[in-house]
Design a protein. Structure first.
Ligand code: FMN
Length: 245
């Protein structure tokens, strides 16, 4: 296996960090690598806010959960879908941006996710570890107030990064056959495959160091999908000028 694939297959989220800071040069290399991700129509519709202020970090950690690793990690980034800059590009060319299309919302959200995953991989390749923080969408308006995020920009998730002070086991993924389909969408064998995967996950959770529990994948997903998820998000993104038509 080549080293890139080995790195990708060794990913696990890290939530405990050594206090050692991440060197400025390293942060710049990581963000430069993030910027090399593919981007829809070259729009580069994202901004990354590095949160250094300890008081702001503390508030974000509370709003996101609480999730104490947000406060404790050496490097915390907030990834924003950003059409503010596109609007500027239009103004610089005496054009008016046609706004509010769901398609633009998808473009900006996909762009920021691609840049974020490049960030994670670049960081891991340098010996760092990290975890995404979707918890910032618990109260996205407060996050916008804290970080002065304007209209046409919305915070999608945060990311904690730093040198790992933990060595968790990798979480098993779905069987490849359940994910990779050929020529047409098929799901006839999914129940059997997912049933077997439930047992793999149960074993993983039982054997897991530190936070063992009896749980399966389908139990987790049915718990999550069986209730409303951040129902404020629709109104929030619409208030920011996204996803209106
Ligand atoms: C968009 C996104 C948001 C996430 N939000 C959180 C979060 O708020 N807190 C957390 O501890 N983990 C969060 N995670 C991490 C997932 O729980 C984790 O990636 C998943 O359980 C798989 O585990 P692994 O990354 O260790 O393989 C998030 C992951 C993604 C992709």
């Amino acid at each position: 296996m080549n080293p890139v694939i080995e790195l990708l297959q060794s990913h696990r989220s890290i939530r405990k960090f050594k206090p050692e800071p991440v060197a400025e040069e390293m942060i710049r290399s990581i963000v430069a690598a993030a910027q090399c991700a593919s981007t829809s129509n070259f729009v580069q519709a994202y901004s990354i806010i590095r949160v250094k202020d300890p008081a702001v970090r503390k508030q974000i950690a509370e709003l996101a959960g609480p999730q104490p690793w947000v406060e404790a990690c050496p490097l915390f980034l907030v990834f924003c879908a950003d059409l503010n800059r596109s609007e500027l590009a239009c103004r610089m060319n005496d054009r008016e941006m046609v706004q509010g299309y769901t398609e633009q919302f998808i473009i900006a959200t996909v762009d920021v996710a691609l840049a974020a995953q490049n960030t994670m991989i670049a960081a891991e390749s340098l010996g760092l570890g990290g975890v995404y923080i979707g918890g910032i969408r618990n109260n996205p308006q407060k996050i916008c107030d804290l970080l002065r995020i304007p209209d046409h920009v919305y915070p999608v998730f945060g990311m904690c990064l730093g040198y790992p002070n933990d060595d968790p086991q990798r979480k098993p993924r779905l069987p490849l056959e359940a994910v990779l389909k050929t020529d047409r969408y098929t799901d006839g064998e999914d129940a059997a495959r997912i049933g077997a995967y439930d047992q793999v996950c149960r074993e993983y959770y039982i054997k897991r160091d530190g936070s063992a529990r009896d749980d399966t994948w389908t139990q987790q997903i049915s718990e999550m999908m069986g209730k409303a998820q951040r129902p404020h998000m629709k109104g929030f993104v619409q208030g920011k000028g996204f996803d209106l038509k």
